[in-house]
Each structure stands twice: as C-alpha cells, then as structure tokens.
Design a protein around this ligand. Sequence first.
Ligand code: ATP
Ligand code: MG
Length: 1047
Amino acid sequence: MTHMALEVKESLEERCNQMLRNMEASLTARDRVGIQDFVLLDAYTSESAFLDNLRKRFHENLIYTYVGTLLVTVNPYKEFDIYSKKQMDTYMGVNFFELPPHIYALADNVFRTMLSEFNNHFILISGESGAGKTEASKKILQFYAVSCPNTKLLNNVRDRLLLSNPVLEAFGNAKTLKNDNSSRFGKYMDIQFDHQGGAVGGHILSYLLEKSRVVHQNHGERNFHIFYELVEGGEEELLRWLGLERNCQKYRYLVQGDCAKVSSINDKSDWKMVRRALSVIKFSESDIEHLFGIIASVLHLGNIKFEADARGYASLNNNNQEMHWVSKLLGIPSQVLQQGLTHRKIEAKTEEVFSPFSVDHAVYARDALAKAIYGRTFNWLVNKINESLVNKDSSRKTVIGLLDIYGFEVFYVNSFEQFCINYCNEKLQQLFIQLTLKSEQEEYEMEGIEWEPVPFFNNKIICDLVEEKHRGIISLLDEECLRPGEATDLTFLEKMEETIGGHPHFVTHKLADQKTRKTMDRGDFRLLHYAGEVTYCVVGFLDKNNDLLYRNGKEVMRQSKNAIIKHCFPSSEPDSKRRPETVATQFKSSLVGLTEILMSKEPWYVRCIKPNEAKQPGRFDDVLVRHQVKYLGLMEHLRVRRAGFAYRRKYEIFLQRYKALCPDTWPNWKGTAAEGVRCLIKHLGYKPDEYKMGRTKIFIRHPRTLFATEDTFQVCKHKLATRIQAKYKGYRVKGDYLKQKEAATKIETCWRGLLARKERDKRAWAVKVIKKFIKGFMTRNQPACVDNSEYLAYVRHNYLTRLRDNLPKTVLEKDSWLTPPPIMQELSQLLKKLYIRLMVRKYIRGITPQRKAQLLLKAQTSYMFKGKKENYSFSVCRPFMDTRINGEDISAKVLQMIRHEHIKYSVPVVKYDRNGFRPRLRQLIFTQEAAYLVEEAKIKQRIDYISLKGVSVSNLSDNFLILHVTCDDNKKKGDLVLQCDYLFEGLTKLSLIANKQTCIKVVQGSVRFDIQPGREGFVDFKSGQESMVYRAKNGHLMVESTRTKSR
Ligand SMILES: Nc1ncnc2c1ncn2[C@@H]1O[C@H](COP(=O)(O)OP(=O)(O)OP(=O)(O)O)[C@@H](O)[C@H]1O
Ligand SMILES: [Mg+2]
C-alpha cells in the first residue's frame, strides 16, 4: 500500500477521461437499471417503487444506491472487482454525483469535507446481522489507508488501525445462524486526522458484548472465533503450556452449537493473522501469554463439573485437573478457587459466612465467572488497542467516526438483547431525524428558501417509553431487579402493565384486544417501534439485566497473578454493598455518551441490506428486503430528503453540465453562475413552481424536470461532441501551424542576424584592411614601419605572384619582364638576371651538337650580314643544311674527279653568262680546297680558294653573289655572277671552308667584275616594284629586287 501514493500521480487527463466515461456509463445506467439516487424517484412515497429500483439494480450487480448523501448497499454475497486500487483512484477527489454510487465516493466525500471545513464527522453504518456493516466499515478504512498521505509514522498508525480489526473480530465476532462472522458487539471507531489529512490516531468504543455466547451457543452457532483459532491454530508448545488439546470437541463451551468446524472459516490462518496483528499493535509477549492464559482458563472453567455431596451441595474434587489448570493459568491458589466456585459469601451483621451452592447454583456461578472474565478481558483488549492508537500530539485534530452497530433485530423470539439493540436503533433514528431535519432546515435557511415543514414520525415518544426516569421500561426493570422480595420476569411484566399500560406504543397479552392477543403469548410485551412492531418475551430479562457475579467470585479474581485479570478486577471496585449498575442502565448511559459524541459531528449514513437469509448471491427476497427497508427507516429518510425539492445542485455544477442547452450560456457564460442558470432554465422553459433559486444552489422540485433536462442534454451531447472535436482539431492544427510559423520566423531572424553580423564583421574588417592599405600606400616610400609593413609585404607578394605567372617564356622575351614597384627595383634586377641566366642555362643545356654547329654558322652569317643586307633577317629562321644537293644528284664523273678534295657543301645556283648575262643552272660545290661550278658531268670552272679574291653581294634583298677571282692569264675564266636561293647559307659555308670571312663584301649600287682580265662588267642593284633581272641598256646586268621591310 505504501507505493500507492506514487500511483496516485496518474495523469490528470486520464482521470478526466475516465470520469467522463464513468459519467457516461452512470447516466445510461440510469435508463437501464433504475436510478442511482432514490431522491429522484418520482413515486418517492411508494415502498414498492423503492423496492423495484433496488431489485433492478441488484440484479445488474449495482449494489449501491443513494438517498441523497445516504448510501444504501445490498449485500451481494459475492466478490466483485469494485474495490481495487484503481477504483479507489477513480473515486479520489471526484464530485459525489459524478460517478456511480460507491462506498468510496461517500468515504472520499466525508474525508474532503472534513479537510476543507475542518470539522468532525461520523459514518453510521447500520443494518441487520449479515447485511454487510462490518465489511462496509472495513472498505472505508481501507480507502483511507490508501488515500491518506503516508509517512513512516503515519503508516504505523494506519497499520494498527487496519490490524485492530482482525483482533477485535477474533475476540468479538462469532458464527451465528445469520452470519459466519457476526460482530457480537457494537463498535464505534474514531480515526483522527491532522490538518493535512494524515491518519494520526484512533480510538475505539465497544458496546454491549454478547457475553452469554461464552457459555452458551444456539444450535448451528459458535463461540467467539478466538477459542477455535487457539485450539486449531495454536502452536504445540503453547497448547501444552495452556493445558489444551487440539480438539474443540473436548470443550463444553465450544460444542453446544454443534458446529465447531465451518467451511467458510479457516481458524488456522486466522490464528496466524491474529498473532501478527497483536505484535503490530505492540502487545508484549507477557500480555499475549496472559491473554491466552485467560482464553484457555475459560475453556477449562467450562469443563469443570460439580458433583453433589451427601447434602446435595456442589462439590469439587481436589484433584480436578481442569480446576488446577484454571488455578495455574490465572495464578489463583486452587483452594481459593475451589472455595469460590462452590460457595458464596453472605454477610451477616458482623461476620461473613460461606454458604455452599447447590449444583445448579455452582454451574450458574461458574458460567457467570466465565462471562465476567471474558467480558472484562474484551474491554481490556479494546483499551490496550486504544493505547497503541493514541495520538500523542496535542494539536487539534479532526475526526471521522465509524459506527458499526447492530441494526433493528426482530427474531421469532426476542429477548433482552433485542430489546437493548432496538432501543439503540430508536436512539440512532432520533439522532438521524434531528440531524437531518436540522441540516435540511439549515440548508434552506442558508440558501434563503422558505422552509416547508416536513411531516415525519418523531420517535421520541418511543425513546421516552424505554428510557424515561421512573416510568420508562428500563427504570421499571431496574426497580424489579433491585427490590427486595421475590421479583421475577412476570412481576416485571405486571409492573409494566401497571405503569405504562396505557401507552400507545406498548401492549401486552393482557392489554391487547382480541385480535392482537392471538399473536402474543402471556409472557410477551410488544413495542411499536418507529420501524414496526416487535414482540419481546420477558423471560430472562431480570437475570440478564442483573448480570450478577457473586461477590465471592470477584474476590477470588482479585487474588489472580495474571496481570490482565488483576487489571480487570481491581480492588478499588465498589463492593457488593452497593449494587453495580444494571446492564440496561449501563447500556443506556453508554448510548447517552454515544449520542453526545455523534451530536457534535456531521452525520453520514450507510444502510446495509441483506437480500436473502441463505447468504446466496443473486437472490433478492422481496419480503425480507421490504422488511429491512422499513426497519432501516429508508422511506422515512427519503421523505425527509424529498420534503421540498428532489434535486439541488450548486449553480456552478448545474451550469457546467447543462450550459450546452442554451446558446447564451454555451460555450462560456460571462456572468455569475446563478445568472447563467437563470438564463439556462428560462431557455429550457422551467415553470416557476418547478424550481427555486437559492443563494448558491438551484432547487428542482420534481425529478421529471431534471430527467427531461438530462434527456435533452443526451441528445445534444453527441452533436456537441462532434463540434467540439472539430473545433479542437482545428485549434490543434492552428496551434501547430502558429508554432511552426513562430519557429520559422525565429529561425529566419536568427539566420538574418547571423548573416548581418557576418556582413558587419566583414565590412569592419574590410574598412580596417582598406585603411591599412591606404596608409600603407601613403607611406610606401618611407622606410619600413608599422604602417606600411603589411602594405609592402602585400606589394611584394603581389608582385612576386604576378611575376611568377608572367615570366618570359624564352630568352628572346626578356624585355617583357614585369615592371617592378619601386621597392622591388633592386630585387627585380637581381631576379631578372638570375632568371635570364637560368633560361640561358636551360637553353644551352637543351642544345644538341648539331644545333650548336648550326648556331655557330648562323652567328657567322649574322656577323657577316646583319644590318648590311636587306633580306638577311629572312634567313635567320631558315635552318642551314649540310648540303643542298644529295651525293647521288652530283654526276659520278664529277665526283670521281673531286672526291679526294672532300666535298663539303653543294648548292644549286644560276650562273649568268659574262657576256649576254644569260642564266644557266649549275651546281656549286665546295671542297676542302676549291669551289667548283659544275654543269652536269662537266666541271665548268674550278676556283682555288687561294685565287678567290673576294665575294660581293648587294645590300638589297636579291640573291646575287659575285665571286672575284685572280686572273693572271687570259685562259682563265673571269669572275662569276651567280644567283643562289641559299645565298646566306652558301656564303657562310664558303667563308668557313675557305676561311674567307673578311673577303665577303656587301656593296651598294653596283659591283664591278672582271669578265676577262682587262675586261670589266657591271652588275647594278636597285630596289623596284618587283624582282627582275635583265640586261640594262648600258650593258650592265640590272638586278631589281623588291624592298623588304627589315624585321
Ligand atoms: N460488499 C460486499 N461484497 C461482498 N460480500 C459482502 C459484502 N458485504 C458483505 N459481504 C458478505 O456478507 C458477509 C457478512 O457481512 P458482515 O460481517 O459485514 O455483516 P454485518 O452486517 O457486520 O453483520 P453482523 O451484524 O452480524 O456483524 C461477509 O462475511 C461477506 O461474505
Ligand atoms: Mg459485523
């Protein structure tokens, strides 16, 4: 149970859902199985209608029904799953009328009212034997155990409160014909709560224990459970110590009903439970020892048999085993006990005399002793439990009292006990009437509604009949008991006839009319109780009222060493000189006490009904139930509750439930709840006499008005549900949408912020950089300092990077070197130098020997012609070849002739005749020693290099060359005028082969040459529109060449 508090934290939503579901269920249940509240019964004065409703619900397993705040329960005689922890949770903190009727609803309401109003309450549970009072009180107690706040300390109290039940039931309950666990005493239990609702203490009052059961049981009944539990369940050692055998049949006090064993009762397990409970309630081992010593001694006492001595007096054998066990267990010397059991003390004037008992007397005295011992031990037990429940904290506490008390009892033969019980019920009924009428009246007054007097039967007249001083039945009984002389039950009857004979609620055989007399015996008297007539048999009244223990018996007990007995028979107890109060008077005073206790508290009622006598589930005995409905005063209660208005509810609650029925109040009413209700009922068309408006509540006179409203609501509800659903869905989607939108805006804002911040930082950085740049720029020509260091580094870096990307590709491009910034001048020069060197180096490394030779040739050519001859530049790019005529193109004959001189180079040329200047194709071949002009297989002219005087070429772009030779004789041919396409190549080769670098001349205008020795010719050079060679009129060879632009 300790973890229950945790579970109580179920989500509120689930609770609400469940509540709604249950509300729904209960409302449909109204249609299906009667009504949940008798107050709403239209025919509220009809007992049959009442019964019908009860029956209908009972057959649907609905055992609880309200009469306003009173709870009627019908014993189902079977277990349902309606007392689970889950059910408790459901009912916790929920409005009384929102869930189907339940004992938990009542318990919860009492608890919450107590907490909020900080006042005291009691729940009166009444009903016939076997109707379920004790079960109901246990359910309430369990509910509190679970629902109250718990701490370790509180749990102690809670456990003791819970476990006091099995102990009291073991000692105070017994199997009867009506109930296998019948409480044979009345019980009032106070549970004390602190201001937070924690159970902090308790107190128990017990009423009128049926002691006679200790010595006598009717057929089919048993003694108190504890005897059987001890004999059946007690440990071997304990039984041995108590002198008991494990056999109930051995004990006279246990077998009179002839049913020591009952299938529905498990004495062994109950014994264990009691033992455990006793230790939790803090009974010491010695207490327990003494307690069971007493129980055992009662059993031994019952087995003591008296024998008649010669004079007919009772005698006891000295060796009587049973007596010795009693003596041992109670710690009383056996002689004293023996004397006490067989004699009575009579006080003469000055001395005390022991007078022997007859056997019958002795038996009577023994039984009286057994009853007294048990009865007083029971009281001790209750006190002991109370000690363990006592709350030591003196701060103010509120209290919920649970009164589990016998209801009206009507048997075939009714005796003194029934008289007391029914008197008790009369008192409680009176209390009920007073409290209910009072509270009704107070409510009307509080609500400002005029009080309409309620016709009801006031049973004060019956209470007076029983309890009035001097004239009441109890007074008359006491008088008969106490008066000297031969008083008997019959003289008591006569006395009553004499004194109260004319009372309208009292009748005896003698006083009755003819018809009534037939239903009574001579020794009977009949009382017309508020609940009905009960006929009592007067036999035994005096005896039971006296309940006398012979004086000697008490004295014997006072010598006991057993601590409990010692406590129960104190030496301070008044002696026999003053007679103790009679049973009826004691009971009367205890009822006065109880009434006082109850009067100061707010009442709540649970009325238990037994559906059949056979303890069978599902059987509803109409006659039996009708009888109880009457005796429990339910019709009376209903009448009072329905006196004015059948239904009343706080405006807020009423409006909350029905506001959907009026467009003005739905969905929200802005004004006060009372105005809302007024508007609502106007819309619903309530007639003025159907309702009254109180200060805080609406009062509706007839249930049908409410039902009509409820039915309209049921119809409207479904439409409403769909609308609410749609609205809610819309609301949720809208909510989601808004949330998403909000989230998007948030993200957007954040993102924009981020970007803006980035941008701002970037700009700030840029500004800084630009500023620095400008400053750097401005101070760029100053020596390196903080201001320009970065700028200069940047300039350097920038220049170097650019330089890297724009380096000249070849040495020839060296002039394309990137112009350096001023600070880099020097470095740039150095780099340029280095780089050119590097390129040159690379270039040189990349040159082949052939190419080198070629270049040397080209260099030679350049040396000779560069800047001198116009078409030189065109030759630069044309590579020189080793020869322009392959060996096979030279005539073999020629080769034959000049091979020995090693041919170095050969080239085709055009030779112009010296006379007439006709062009002829020839081969010019250079050998090691001479140049040969060859025409096919003929060597036309050999020019020894020694005889080669010089070579002339023009400065223009023609390809003419004139070889000047020394001509000593006329046989020799003169100078040669040639045109060669490979002029530069040929002349370079010639200059190198013949070592004639210096004798090659570039001339302007015209060249004189020797046609023969002594005969000269001229070649004139000029530039013209087109290249032409022709013989000019002056006899000169005219070479015209196009002007070429030098590159
Ligand atoms: N709510 C219930 N659900 C199931 N069974 C119940 C319920 N109430 C009572 N009973 C059954 O009825 C029996 C008698 O109930 P209980 O002992 O409470 O009666 P009682 O009114 O206290 O009688 P008495 O006046 O003799 O003490 C129980 O032992 C149990 O079997
Ligand atoms: Mg009971």
